[in-house]
Structure formats: structure tokens, C-alpha cells
Write a protein that binds this ligand. Structure first.
Ligand SMILES: Cc1cc2nc3c(=O)[nH]c(=O)nc-3n(C[C@H](O)[C@H](O)[C@H](O)COP(=O)(O)OP(=O)(O)OC[C@H]3O[C@@H](n4cnc5c(N)ncnc54)[C@H](O)[C@@H]3O)c2cc1C
Length: 387
């Protein structure tokens, strides 16, 4: 049964709109652009996203004064569920819509809101997140990319890595060191940096899937205007953490509809090739189904009320582990055929899912880091030794 029966009319409106609009040139986009397939039909998906925007289906949770719809959590969940059920293509600007936008609404200046929010709503400017560096991943406070003031500009020098979708982005929200000699969390600033300039070089990284979801981004005396710092200069850690607080939002429920579709594909494959009759495989399929129910229940409970401390970390641990195991199950079911990819190297859907799922327990905070947070900040266990 659908969650939130009181939202049945809204659910019907979304479903009908998607059925009426995922037609013609957009019909071929169904199912495209997921993890490991980010490159698929990119220009066409931008057109689709602008079509959504024109009908008011972007930034649903943002306040109306900033171009959103002011919807509460339940309507946003319903939208994401129906979007995933319709197999609509992956969105192109979730980093702008779900991370930067809410950060600017909470902490940006009026001028920053006026300049940057409308092009996110209308899908005219795409964003990427410039946090990680070669020596600053889990240990983000080790950021070394630096920026110095020169006249009316910040001049930026350094390197970011694992920057998702930077090759398509117009702008990057980046954590950089602006106070020379500062250490750890102090002396960092959160800058908004235009990417289409001579001082920025973006090199896609080829991943297991054969595609490039993320990139290296090099800043060589790149520039951004002095007023494009969010929060005060030197207060970047606080702003960066505020952004992360928006990371695990309502879209997780839509994500689970996608997971359910992947599980259904695996079940269909198991029935077709007879592995379904193997009691060990049947057991793992049943376990996966149960795990998915746990994910959904946990997400809805967390979204509906005041989440208990650490609920986001628990959710990340649950889905990342579950999805990695689903990838492994897919390959078990495929058997030997799962191990071969033709030339050119283009893994099929289930192979791509398996390969990309290896990253699930890393991005958005690795499993080990989630466990540390739960142990130290939620349960109050002794802190582990730090280097
Ligand atoms: C697909 C993907 C997309 C990404 N997109 C972005 C993006 O758009 N923008 C961005 O800024 N970053 C992005 N990242 C980077 C991501 O945030 C980092 O990979 C993550 O923070 C881990 O950092 P790291 O890769 O440097 O690994 P490390 O921090 O070097 O960790 C290596 C291993 O050591 C473990 N470890 C580290 N510290 C501890 C500790 N204290 N205790 C126990 N174990 C520990 C980790 O759990 C991990 O298993 C992305 C990563 C991936 C995989």
C-alpha cells in the first residue's frame, strides 16, 4: 500500500503529469542516467529537467519566495516515489537543488540568493561539490587548496578530487583554506567558484563502470569574486557541515523505489536462468526483500517525526551495505556470464550496478566513519586515537 493515503490526490496528480509528459522525445529517456550511466543522453536529460522546472516540479521543498513550492516532507516523498516508479531519467542538478540551494537559503546573503537560486530552480546552472582532496576525504579538515584575497577577487590554488559531475557543472561550491598557517577546521572558507575559466582544469576519472561519474579538478590561480563566500571568511567548516546536513534527504525514498526495481530485475533473471531454485539464492533474495522493507520503514519513520540521534548515519550504513550486497547477489545470479564484458568495454545494467555499488560504502561518508560517529557522538564511547 502507498504511504501517506491522505496525499492520494497529489500522488495521482504527479503520476498523471509524468505519464502525460514522459512521451514523445522524452519517452526514450526512461531509466537513463543512473549511477554508472551518468553520461547517457545528457543534453536530452537537461531538456527534460527544464521541462520539469517549467511545470514547477523542481526544488519542491524550497520556500515559494525562492522559487520552490514550499511542500512539506510527505509531498516531497510522494513526488520522489512516483518519479522513480515512472522510471523517469536521473535528475541532472541534485547537487544544486538538494545541497547548495538549501545552504544558501539558510546561510547565504540576499544577493547570493537572488543571483544563484533562480538558475538552480530553472536548471540553467549546474553545480558540483568541491570538498574532497587527495589527502582530505574522511579527514576533510585536512583541506589544502588555498585561496588568497587579491583586490576584489579570491585567487584559488590547489586540487579537488572525486568531484561528481564536475565535467558538466558551471559552478563548484568548494571548501578552501583562506587563512595562511591555519590548521584543521579553522581558517577554511566556503567559496562559490565559476568553473568555466582558464584557471580551472577538469579531468574525468575512468571508473570500474568504464564511465566517469567523478573528476579531478585543478585550480591554478582560478578566480572568484570576493563576495562569493558563504558565511564569513574563516567560517567555512560550519557552512560545509550545514550542507552535509541536507545530504540525506527525502530523495532516499525515491532511491529505494529504484532499488526495488533492481531487485525485481535480479528475481526475473534468477527465474529465467533457473538459479531461483537454488535454496541459497532464494534465501538471499528473501533476505534482500526484507532488508528493503527495513530501509523503507526506517526512512519513513525518520522523515515523519523527530529523528533519533544518529538516524541519518544508521540509514547510510543500512542502505550502503544493503545495496552492495544486492550487487553481489546480481553477479551470483548471473553466474559466469556476469564475469564477461565485450569489447568495447560496456558493462550491462546489472554489471554496472554491481560495479558502481562498490562505492556506496565510501561516498557520503564511509561505513567506518559512520560507525565512528555513532560510537563517539551518539553512544558516547571513548574517542579512537587520532593521528
Ligand atoms: C562515487 C563517489 C562520488 C563522490 N563524489 C564526491 C563529490 O562530488 N565531492 C566530494 O567532495 N567528494 C566526493 N566523493 C569523495 C568521498 O566523499 C570520499 O571518497 C570519502 O569521504 C572517503 O574519503 P577518501 O576516498 O579520501 O578515503 P579515505 O578517507 O582515505 O579512507 C580510506 C579508507 O580508510 C577508512 N578510514 C579513514 N579514516 C578512518 C578512521 N578515522 N577510522 C576508521 N577508518 C577510517 C575509510 O573508511 C576508508 O575505508 C565521492 C566518492 C565516491 C566514491
Amino acid at each position: 500500500m502507498d504511504a501517506f493515503p491522505e496525499e492520494a490526490p497529489f500522488r495521482k496528480e504527479v503520476r498523471t503529469w509524468l505519464a502525460d509528459n514522459l512521451v514523445g522525445e522524452f519517452a526514450a529517456l526512461r531509466g537513463l542516467g543512473g549511477s554508472g550511466s551518468e553520461h547517457e543522453a545528457y543534453p536530452e536529460r537537461i531538456a527534460w529537467n527544464r521541462h520539469l522546472a517549467a511545470a514547477g516540479w523542481t526544488c519542491l521543498g524550497w520556500p515559494e519566495e525562492h522559487g520552490g513550492r514550499g511542500f512539506g516532507l510527505t509531498r516531497q516523498v510522494v513526488f520522489h516515489e512516483e518519479y522513480a516508479r515512472a522510471d523517469a531519467p536521473a535528475r541532472v542538478n541534485h547537487l544544486g537543488e538538494e545541497l547548495l540551494g538549501p545552504t544558501l537559503i539558510a546561510l547565504g546573503t540576499e544577493a547570493q540568493k537572488k543571483r544563484f537560486l533562480p538558475p538552480i530552480v530553472e536548471v540553467h546552472e549546474l553545480w558540483c561539490q568541491g570538498y574532497s582532496e587527495p589527502d582530505a576525504g574522511s579527514d576533510l579538515a585536512n583541506v589544502r587548496t588555498r585561496a588568497r584575497r587579491e583586490g576584489d577577487d579570491w585567487v584559488i590554488h590547489g586540487q579537488k578530487i572525486w568531484t561528481s559531475l564536475a565535467q558538466h557543472a558551471d559552478w563548484c561550491f568548494a571548501v578552501v583554506r583562506t587563512e595562511p598557517g591555519s590548521r584543521r577546521h579553522a581558517g577554511l572558507s566556503y567559496l562559490l567558484v565559476p568553473l568555466r575559466q582558464p584557471g580551472v582544469s577538469i579531468r574525468p576519472i575512468r571508473q570500474l563502470t568504464g564511465t566517469s561519474e567523478f573528476n579531478e579538478v585543478f585550480f591554478t590561480d582560478a578566480r572568484t569574486r570576493a563576495d562569493l563566500v558563504v558565511g564569513e571568511p574563516g567560517d567555512g567548516w560550519r557552512v560545509a557541515m550545514a550542507t552535509l546536513g541536507f545530504e540525506r534527504g527525502v530523495s532516499t525514498v525515491g532511491q529505494q523505489v529504484g532499488f526495488a526495481r533492481e531487485l525485481a530485475e535480479i528475481v526475473a533473471e534468477a527465474r529465467a536462468n533457473g538459479t531461483f531454485d537454488d535454496p541459497l539464492i532464494a534465501d538471499r533474495i528473501a533476505t534482500a526483500k526484507l532488508g528493503l522493507e527495513v530501509l523503507r520503514t526506517h526512512a519513513l519513520r525518520t522523515l515523519a517525526g523527530e529523528p533519533p540521534p544518529g538516524a541519518d548515519n544508521v540509514q547510510k550504513l543500512l542502505w550502503a551495505r544493503w545495496h552492495r550486497e544486492l550487487g553481489e547477489l546480481a553477479m551470483e545470479v548471473r553466474g559466469a556470464s556476469g564475469l564477461t564484458v565485450g569489447a568495447p568495454y560496456v558493462p550491462d545494467r546489472l554489471q554496472s550496478m554491481f560495479l558502481f555499488s562498490r562505492a556506496d560504502t565510501l561516498y557520503g561518508g564511509s561505513d567506518e566513519i559512520q560507525r565512528n560517529i555513532i560510537a563517539e557522538r551518539v553512544l558516547g564511547l571513548p574517542k579512537e586515537p587520532r593521528a
